[in-house]
Design a protein around this ligand. Structure first.
Ligand SMILES: Cc1cc2nc3c(=O)[nH]c(=O)nc-3n(C[C@H](O)[C@H](O)[C@H](O)COP(=O)(O)O)c2cc1C
Length: 197
């Protein structure tokens, strides 16, 4: 099932805003107007058992995206795993089963896909496990991972880019209406970046 662009959000966790992972996201989106959260621009810290950071940007971020039915998590492969930015986001999901269970319950039934880039030809063994298992724990539906390998010159092959476009078409509908950006004002409180045509 393909999700409308306005029900989709990309959560980008990379150390290079305009790098290969962002390029992969753009290939998958294929110009569809999907909003993007750049975790590098979002202020929240690592999980704290004592929740001394509950006033940082994490909970407001989740409140802003919890209305979206389809989350695309975008990450480079760094040392055979997800990026640190995305891992901190994952660890903070623990807040949603402790101090904000009300918010955590709203995750149930949402769909999650992963977009990853790397230089190895294939995604590392076990890379998908944290995504599959975390989605299972939280009652979210894991759709799958799309991996795009880049050469040493940071270029992707045309066949891989075509595969990205096909995955995007399977995940996100092409519906383009004037309401695509008619979200409530709260959306603009975070550094959401609209993908350009
Ligand atoms: C710290 C670091 C670790 C990396 N580890 C891997 C790895 O384990 N496997 C891999 O295929 N590529 C690895 N790479 C290469 C990146 O995954 C690849 O260049 C990716 O497309 C970069 O995406 P970005 O531009 O969004 O950072 C690593 C790069 C860095 C900077």
């Amino acid at each position: 099932m393909a999700f409308p662009p306005q029900e989709t959000v990309v959560i980008l966790g990379t150390s290079r805003d305009d790098g290969n992972t962002w390029g992969t996201v753009q290939a998958v989106l294929g110009g569809r107007p999907v909003e993007v959260v750049n975790l590098s621009d979002t202020r929240f810290t690592a999980y704290d058992y004592r929740h001394r950071n509950e006033g940082d940007g994490f909970l407001p971020l989740v409140e802003a995206i919890v209305g979206k039915s389809f989350w695309i998590l975008a990450t480079p492969v760094y040392w055979y795993s997800m990026s640190a930015q995305l891992k901190v986001f994952f660890d903070r999901l623990s807040d949603l089963i402790t101090i904000r269970k009300d918010l955590g319950r709203l995750l149930r039934g949402k769909s999650v896909a992963v977009v990853a880039s790397g230089t190895d030809e294939a995604i590392p063994d076990g890379f998908e496990v944290p995504f599959q298992r975390t989605c299972g724990y939280l009652g979210m539906k894991y759709v799958g991972t799309f991996y795009l390998p880049y050469g040493k010159d940071d270029c992707a092959s045309s066949s891989h880019l075509e595969a990205a476009r096909k995955v995007g078409a399977a995940w996100i509908s092409t519906q383009r209406t004037s309401e695509n950006f008619s979200h409530g004002r709260s959306w603009r409180l975070w550094p959401l970046r609209a993908a350009r045509y």
